[in-house]
Design a protein around this ligand. Structure first.
Ligand code: UD1
Length: 429
């Protein structure tokens, strides 16, 4: 297994290009199942989760080709995927693929809407919590699907073949359920209203692409989406939005190392809450139209942060900001409200010397002067990257084991960090 070795103590400076958002690209790819025409999606990041989704779609009969763009000096290598779901032979997402990536359940909506039936392996729990899919299923039942659970699979069938519009209120905000039902509702008979819907920028990106395919969605960017069903959608060309979590992670690296980093290719508007957190911690943030610069020259300050659905502070930045809190002056509080078990990184940060007390869904973090290098273990995607941030700052050389999680969400992170001045390399365990 791959391992990352990082020599701490270097100040990171320079510019880094932001990749396309994984969490936007995955539902956009799945949406190819809703039409028999070709979708051409550009700025798709080169990540293992994208490969998993591609494998699932090909397994179902999607015709897929990839155009790789030439890399530039900023390591920007967004790919263009051409997806045509003309001859779909399989309406089933098998356990072997879904267990690798929970986001695979997003194929349920488009399959049900276009073919009137689908079978999806139940994803099971994951490192950060139970993560059920009951909201997805409740919504499809309201739209006329009959759902059975057999041998670990969700078997869904629509009487008469076509979903019907419904008025659906999600019990709490769910990104995946909103996206799944949104895709399906575009082809349903009549009007669907999604209340308490997620308004994450990635949901907006999906809605915008569906509209460019002929869907009729209004309320984009709000918690109420209205979808007037149409008979058919057509192909389109679409560019994936920038990854606000990747961008936030590199800006956090400026905070961790007392550096000066500009992330290029992203609008500051899609990550306001994260930028405000950096500012409260004493970092200087410069917002430009298509880039954000973070400068950290003074010691970081303790703050209190709570994760919330968008436009609140994102859970996917919780581990990174918790890491900055470990070296901030004073005692900070981090409250996690989205996932029940998202503190897996805490024991690893403690191995690096962090002073963290866990109390339910709260972390109380008292700043230390610096981390001390050690061998640590990555447990999930964002937990892995927070260990990199800590290692960049630490005294000594840190080894981060099991970094395959990172390859799910961060495109060539060691090359991008090296270009900013880090000493980091990949080796075998
Ligand atoms: C997506 C993101 C993930 C991010 C999360 C929250 C993708 C591929 N992943 O995950 O990076 O951390 O949003 O912003 O886009 N829930 C239920 N029942 C359901 C659905 C969700 O109880 O049917 C709960 C979950 O367990 C969780 C909360 O709702 O506690 C939010 O989850 P959700 O927004 O659905 O997360 P994902 O879409 O899985």
């Amino acid at each position: 297994m791959d391992k990352l070795v990082i020599e701490g103590g270097k100040t990171l400076t320079g510019k880094v290009m932001v990749a396309g958002a994984k969490n936007a690209a995955l539902p956009l790819m799945a949406a190819c199942l809703i039409t028999d025409e070709t979708l051409k999606i550009s700025n798709v990041p080169h990540l293992s989760d994208i490969t998993t989704m591609a494998n699932l779609l090909v397994h179902m009969g999607v015709d897929l080709s990839i155009e790789s763009l030439k890399e530039d000096e900023n390591f920007q290598s967004g790919r263009v995927l051409c997806l045509t779901a003309k001859n779909i032979s399989e309406h089933r997402a098998p356990y072997d693929i879904v267990r690798r990536m929970r986001a695979s359940v997003i194929v349920l909506g488009p399959l049900l809407a276009r073919f009137g039936e689908a079978e999806i392996s139940l994803p099971g729990g994951c490192a950060i919590g139970a993560r059920p899919i009951d909201y997805h299923l409740m919504a499809f039942e309201k739209m006329g699907a009959k759902i059975d659970l057999e041998e670990g699979y969700v078997k869904a069938k629509v009487e008469g073949g076509r979903l019907k519009g419904a008025d659906i209120t999600f019990p709490t905000v769910s990104v995946g359920a909103t996206e799944n039902v949104l895709i399906a509702a575009t082809l349903a008979k009549g009007k669907t209203i999604l209340r308490n819907a997620a308004c994450e920028p990635e949901v907006g990106d999906l809605a915008n692409m569906l509209n460019s395919m002929g869907a009729k969605i209004t309320g984009i960017g709000t918690h109420t989406l209205e979808i007037e069903g149409v008979e058919k959608l057509h192909g389109t060309e679409y560019r994936v939005i920038a990854d606000r979590i990747e961008a936030g992670t590199y800006l956090a690296a400026a905070g961790a190392t007392g550096g000066d980093i500009e992330v290029v290719g992203i609008s500051p508007d899609i990550m306001s809450s994260t930028l405000e957190v950096f500012e409260k911690m004493g970092m200087k943030i410069e917002r430009k139209e298509n880039s954000i610069r973070a400068i950290s020259t003074t010691p970081l300050l303790a703050i209190k942060v709570s994760t919330q659905p968008h436009p609140g502070f994102p859970t996917d930045m919780q581990a990174q900001i918790s890491t900055l809190m470990c070296i901030a002056e004073g005692t900070s509080i981090m409250e996690e409200n989205i996932f029940e078990n998202r503190f897996m990184h805490v024991p690893e940060l403690q191995r690096l010397g962090a002073n963290i007390v866990v109390d339910g869904n709260f972390l109380s973090i008292t700043g230390i002067k610096n981390f001390k290098a050690a061998e640590v273990m990555a447990t999930d995607l964002r937990a892995s990257v927070c260990l990199i941030l800590a290692a960049l700052r630490a005294e000594g050389t840190t080894g981060i084991n099991r970094v395959y999680h990172l390859d799910r969400g961060y495109e060539r992170i060691e090359e991008k960090l090296s270009a900013l001045g880090a000493t980091i390399y990949r080796t075998k365990d």
